[in-house]
Design a protein around this ligand. Structure first.
Ligand SMILES: [Zn+2]
Ligand SMILES: [Zn+2]
Length: 144
């Protein structure tokens, strides 16, 4: 059975090229053992199972780049939402785990975006101070 699973090196090279990887070995042990590859795009070395490469699984890191780009978009959306609540984003690990600073009192909150959005203002500022901020903002806009 193992013999029939075994691919020739040229076949491995062909399949690796398809997913943008360069095999860094000259002999395959078996399809279940992770083997060293180098990504043709980002140049990072990684261990991958030949079986996975055959199924079209490409570079680990380029895949991560894609998801971190998606994360960046999320962060932009989170920042915008926090800004509307007078919060400044410090760090984010997705919308469920964010660290944000209140622009009013400077308190740092570690919570979820949902938690911040569902409360109108931070406890440190309180409704009174927030109302003042809003009033002063209103006054400013009226003047101009
Ligand atoms: Zn890569
Ligand atoms: Zn505050």
């Amino acid at each position: 059975m193992a013999a029939s699973c075994r691919l020739s090196m040229s076949e491995i090279q062909r399949r690796s090229k398809k997913v943008g990887l360069i095999p860094l070995f000259t002999q395959q042990t078996n399809s279940a053992t992770p083997m060293p590859f180098r990504c043709a795009k980002c140049g990072k070395h990684q261990l991958k199972r030949i079986g996975n490469v055959s199924y079209g699984k490409g570079c680990l890191y380029c895949g991560n780049l894609k998801s971190s780009e998606a994360k960046k978009l999320d962060i932009a959306a989170i920042k915008e939402k926090l800004g509307s609540k007078n919060y400044q984003l410090i760090s984010s690990n997705g919308a469920s785990r964010i660290e944000a600073k209140c622009r009013g009192c400077g308190r740092v909150k570690k919570t979820s975006l949902y938690n911040i959005l569902k409360t109108s203002y931070c406890q440190g500022c309180g409704p009174h101070k927030s109302a003042n901020t809003i009033n002063s903002l209103n006054r400013r806009t009226k003047k101009s």
